[in-house]
Ligand binder design. Structure first.
Ligand code: SF4
Length: 254
């Protein structure tokens, strides 16, 4: 049995359903590889189809909130789109977003074509603080979200709050790379994901002593090392296009 994998970027124009005439064997649906023994079987990646359909809706939802939004399939495309959006010479700052590093954007902006204030390259707490304060006047602040609802509301949780502060006010643009793994149904689900999945995973990364590190989910702690001091819900962009969001059909960040 020959299996031909076909996936067409045109699907994005048709709500995730391909209407091209591929001479499908009778009785076959796109995405299924069963039945039709011995015949040519057409398959599509059903996960891609689902995410393309959902991604299109999330892009429209974000645009309705005065944000720029794009949907791409791969980390490589996300990097390309981000570099198209950020003019060379821009001043750039960022929080500790794993998604920015995972798609290669951190390395790309470290190449000397940008004025990147990198807190990972300084040693003292005073230098880190100075870089955090520069975020408010920079051209671009880069990051991700802890969770996003399918109608385009997103939630971020912060310990030091430099990241959520910059999201809320200051930088001319906030560019976010968001893996589809962070898109959930509702705003309530987004808060739940941020508190019970993203924050406990980040707590594990930091090796702190909090109930979530021991138990794997949030216990609404007041521990001295709590990383959930500020919770920001973003639902609209006052300055049109200040938020630029690239949704990626890959698992990125936490
Ligand atoms: S237990 Fe504390 S640090 Fe951990 S996720 Fe909950 S509030 Fe945050």
């Amino acid at each position: 049995m020959e299996i031909i994998n076909k996936y067409c970027s045109e699907c994005l124009k048709f709500n995730g359903i391909c209407w091209l005439k591929w001479d499908m064997p009778a009785g076959m649906d796109y995405g299924r590889r069963s039945a039709n023994k011995g015949k040519e079987v057409y398959t599509m990646d059903v996960r891609k189809m689902r995410n393309a359909a959902l991604g299109k809706r999330v892009v429209a939802a974000l645009e309705s909130r005065n944000m720029e939004a794009y949907y791409v399939e791969t980390k490589e495309e996300a990097l390309k789109k981000a570099l198209e959006l950020i003019p060379k010479g821009s001043t750039i700052n960022m929080g500790g977003a794993a998604s920015i590093k995972e798609c290669g954007l951190y390395d790309a902006i470290s190449n000397g074509d940008y004025e990147f204030y990198d807190r990972d390259k300084v040693g003292t707490p005073e230098e880190k603080e100075a870089i955090a304060l520069k975020a408010f006047s920079c051209d671009y602040f880069l990051g991700s979200v802890n969770a996003m609802s399918e109608d385009g509301v997103f939630v971020n949780i912060d310990g030091n709050a430099n990241r959520v502060a910059a999201y809320a006010y200051g930088p001319k643009h906030v560019l976010l790379i968001v893996g589809m793994n962070k898109v959930v149904k509702s705003e309530e689900d987004a808060l739940h994901r941020a508190r019970n999945e993203a924050a406990p995973v980040n707590a594990q990364r930091f090796g702190i002593e909090t109930p979530c590190v021991k138990n794997g989910t949030c216990f609404d702690c007041k521990s001295p090392q709590c990383i959930c001091c500020q919770i920001l819900t973003t639902r609209f962009c006052r300055v049109k296009g200040r938020f630029q969001i690239i949704l990626v059909d890959e698992e990125l960040g936490f």
